[in-house]
Design a protein around this ligand. Structure first.
Ligand code: NAP
Length: 526
């Protein structure tokens, strides 16, 4: 559900905003603290006349409540006059048949019980949202769970917990509350405010958040970090496909079937994995989606993966090795390679796997025979280790070539294969050359890790880079008549193997390839 807060400063402007909002939103929130001369009866009548499907939430916030909420959850710092005004508005909202009233936990048990009784006396059609706002920071998950239970004990229809995110990982404990609440059969609105909290606004709907807030137009947020309703709809459409996805109501007990997947890395802004994985998950009809997380605290991020309903994660630069110490189990492939690019979450138990080697091998297998062939691997990093491992497993013979002798020799010793310095590459005779360095990757598209003349000796040349699709090295190899393999197939197959590990199902690899190619072409044409 998308809810538009009505925050206009006059009754007249609020009526205009209600008229527009009721055409597009599922709910509106009348902020009676901001609509200075607001007449609640007029506003509710206007909304009902426009649509009887749009839910009406009424609230009146006091700044002091939010400011003191963290230290003093009950009775936080209101004057009697403020309290009286607040209760008059909320009681009137009940009498006028608003769908929900939102009252802060900080108002205290007595006040909340009084409103609930008022509601019951009036026929009980208005439901109660009990909320906690922290405009300064995000408390720990333990603290947030404590606040959740304090709210829940008062038996509201919905618990609302909104905190301020100072760093990306602050989103994790707050998002964690959504599956937690659903397990307790409690509807919840859990979000982070602020620019760093935007990711929570994007992920929360697919985790089962009761509703999310969006502004009618840019520059009118009722809380920092809010997106516009148009942006929210566009993003939901991108994530969920053409049809907006409705979360099952919490009492159906189906919340646990929603599974989400994430990418952990830093940076992740340019990654095409979310696009590719979401296309595949959507095509399989799997409820849930895949989002990228820019991580600065890996331990906290993994705690989030364990606690939240995250089915699995992709791991990228710079965490492929560092992540291993936080996992419960590691597959033999990943242990031998010394890197994890995939995490599988089975009820909180995290297993690390590696699909990079398999993605590369599937791409190679489609073009050539691997057994008995000799492969020059340029580079000695994580991808080179995956390549060497996969080639040996398939009965091929790797040769390591690297810029830094020490790193190259270490890898060659590990796999008991020859090593050559980069300057000596012309001395080697082999069937296939594979670049596993980032040289030639966008935006450095005019660079190549090896001289063009060297390529003439190879029947097959592969680049693990897929942006651009055809690197400078591949262009040079093409001119010399080599058979070319781009990094795109490896990228698609390593991603498809991740989805198989997470869901047990075979994704549509052709579709995954198509969406990545379209995106790369779109980017090039911009
Ligand atoms: P990494 O662990 O950092 O290793 C990079 C290697 O490249 C190192 O051996 C480094 O040599 C070498 N290198 C870096 N800059 C160089 C330069 N200017 N000249 C010569 N050698 C240079 O990185 P990685 O994780 O293996 O990733 C490497 C590339 O693979 C990235 O471009 C990544 O995007 C791509 N990749 C693609 C896929 C796919 O699915 N297509 C999957 C994984 C990775 P030194 O030892 O001398 O530092």
């Amino acid at each position: 559900m998308i809810c538009i807060p009505i925050t206009a400063i006059s009754n007249k402007e609020a009526l205009d905003d209600i008229e527009r909002s009721c055409r597009i939103a599922d709910a509106i929130e009348l902020r009676m603290d901001l609509i200075a001369d607001g007449t609640l009866a007029e506003l509710i009548t206007a909304a009902r006349c426009r649509s009887n499907k749009v839910a009406i939430i009424v609230t009146r916030r006091e700044k002091e409540e939010a400011a003191r909420a963290d230290e003093n959850l009950a009775g936080g710092g209101k004057t009697k006059d403020q309290k009286d005004k607040k209760f008059a508005v909320l009681k009137q909202a009940i009498e006028l048949g608003a769908d929900y009233i939102d009252i802060e936990l900080a108002c205290g048990v007595e006040a909340i019980e009084e409103l609930k009784s008022h509601c019951a006396r009036r026929g009980g059609s208005t439901k109660i949202i009990i909320s906690y706002h922290n405009f300064q920071r995000t408390p720990s998950l333990t603290r947030l769970k404590g606040i959740f239970h304090q709210c829940r004990e008062l038996k509201p229809a919905v618990v609302k917990i909104v905190t301020y995110a100072r760093r990306p990982e602050d989103n994790l404990p707050v998002l964690n509350l959504i599956p937690y609440a659903r397990k307790h059969l409690q509807e919840i609105i859990a979000l982070c405010m602020g620019d760093q909290g935007r990711i929570s606004r994007l992920m929360a709907p697919s985790l089962g958040n009761f509703l999310g807030f969006a502004t009618l137009s840019p520059g009118t947020p009722s809380a920092p970090g809010q997106l516009t309703v148009t942006e929210t709809m566009q993003i939901n459409k991108l994530i969920n496909g053409a049809e907006p996805k409705q979360n099952p109501p919490v009492l159906s007990g189906e919340g646990s079937q929603l599974r989400n997947y994430i990418l952990l890395g830093n940076p992740v802004g340019q990654s095409l994995s979310p696009l590719m994985h979401n296309a595949a998950l959507n095509d399989l009809g799997i409820a849930g989606n895949y989002n990228a997380f820019c991580v600065s605290d890996l331990a906290a991020a993994l705690q989030g993966v364990r606690g939240m309903n995250i089915g699995g994660a992709s791991v990228t630069i710079p965490f492929k090795s560092a992540v291993m110490e936080y996992l419960d189990d590691i597959t033999d492939d990943a242990l031998n390679i010394g890197a994890v690019n995939t995490i599988i979450n089975s009820n909180g138990r995290l297993t690390g796997a590696n699909t990079d080697w398999l993605g590369l091998i599937i791409a190679l297998r489609q073009a050539m025979r691997i057994e008995g062939m000799k492969f020059v691997i340029v580079g000695a990093g994580g991808t080179a280790r995956a390549a060497a491992y996969g080639i040996m497993k398939e009965g091929g013979f790797p040769v390591i070539v690297n810029r830094t002798t020490e790193n190259g020799k270490l890898l060659a010793v590990k796999f008991n294969c020859p090593f050559y310095a980069l300057e000596e590459i012309g001395k080697i005779e082999a069937d296939c050359l594979i670049n596993t360095t980032p040289v030639g990757m966008y935006p450095h598209i005019d660079e190549s890790p090896v001289d063009s003349a060297v390529l003439a000796g190879y029947k097959y040349v592969m680049d693990v880079i897929y942006h651009p699709l055809e690197t400078k090295m591949l262009q040079n190899a093409g001119k010399r008549g080599c058979h070319l393999l781009t990094g795109l197939d490896m990228f698609v197959h390593q991603g498809a193997e991740q989805i198989k590990l997470w869901t047990g199902r075979e994704p549509n690899r052709a579709l995954m390839k198509k969406v990545v190619i379209s995106s790369l072409h779109r980017e090039l044409s911009l």
